[in-house]
Design a protein around this ligand. Structure first.
Ligand SMILES: [Zn+2]
Length: 274
């Protein structure tokens, strides 16, 4: 009887030991997984320069930038160090040639990136993915992203339905991706692709870069598009913040990279050597 009791007691101690051992093991696994998760997040964070150096071509999808309909908005970051050039395609969803051209630039950097690694190029190839899927200029809430920037003249003037600025400035997630990336990387030159006017438009101190682009792609330089653009990216960054902004108005019949690739690379190099 006594021996039996002893056996039960020993069994109890054994079970306790097992519990403790397994508990410690599970605790260690959780700590290890969590540590690696946090480490991964930090190494990929845009504020962490080391992370960018380690990763040759990071795509910042982990920042979870989403459109109104929840589609991912990718941000590609090439190189590191200052100055930064920001390139944006497809703010207007029904202008897919800008998305093609931004895709051409990404491909170029992935195959011949060496000359640009001394400084940084941030590419947002498809800034309005919902508009792209729907084939509309505006986003899924019917707002024109290129009229939704928080400019001093936001919402002034009359707007057609196609150029609806939204009720509030920077109300749209697509606008905020660009604003946040600009706040983090502080670009010194911004290049935005549109269609179908076939010209090189500039805001802010961008005339020399515009002329250099025009010399390569043969499109005319135009300071003014002939209509006011309150709430536009060009007004916000170019006119109000004195950053050279080029709005490259493409023609959809062109093979985009063939016509504009050289011009874009030249403009990026020019802005980085200034
Ligand atoms: Zn456009």
């Amino acid at each position: 009887m006594r021996a039996e009791k002893q056996g039960i007691a020993n069994k109890g101690t054994l079970i306790d030991h097992h519990c403790i051992k397994w508990g410690i093991l599970i605790f260690r696994i959780i700590c290890f997984t969590d540590f690696n998760y946090v480490k991964h997040r930090w190494e990929n964070h845009p504020m962490n320069a080391q992370g960018r150096v380690n990763q040759e071509y990071p795509v910042l999808t982990h920042l979870n930038f989403r459109s109104v309909m929840g589609r991912e908005i990718d941000v590609h970051v090439f190189g590191y160090g200052e100055p930064t050039t920001m390139v944006i395609g497809g703010i207007h969803g029904n202008e897919p040639c800008g998305i093609d051209l931004a895709g051409g630039l990404i491909k170029e950097f992935k195959t011949h990136s060496a000359p640009y690694l001394e400084s940084r190029v941030v590419v947002i190839p498809k800034a309005n993915p919902d508009g792209f899927i729907a084939g509309t200029r505006v986003n899924a809430r019917g707002v024109d992203i290129n009229r939704n920037f928080p400019t001093k003249d936001f919402h002034r003037g009359t707007f057609t339905q196609n150029c609806n600025p939204g009720k509030l400035a920077a109300s749209e997630p697509e606008t905020n991706v660009i604003l946040q990336m600009a706040a983090i990387f502080r670009p010194q030159f911004i290049l935005s692709f549109h269609a179908e006017l076939g010209c090189v438009n500039y805001d802010g101190p961008g005339v020399q870069i515009a002329q250099a682009i025009a010399a390569e792609n043969g499109l005319p330089v135009r300071k003014d598009l002939g209509y006011a653009t309150p709430g536009s990216l060009g007004t916000y960054f170019g006119v109000e913040r004195n950053i050279p902004v080029i709005t490259l108005e493409l023609l959809s019949q062109d093979e985009q990279w063939t016509r504009h690739g050289k011009a874009i690379l030249k403009a990026i190099r020019m802005s980085q050597s200034e």
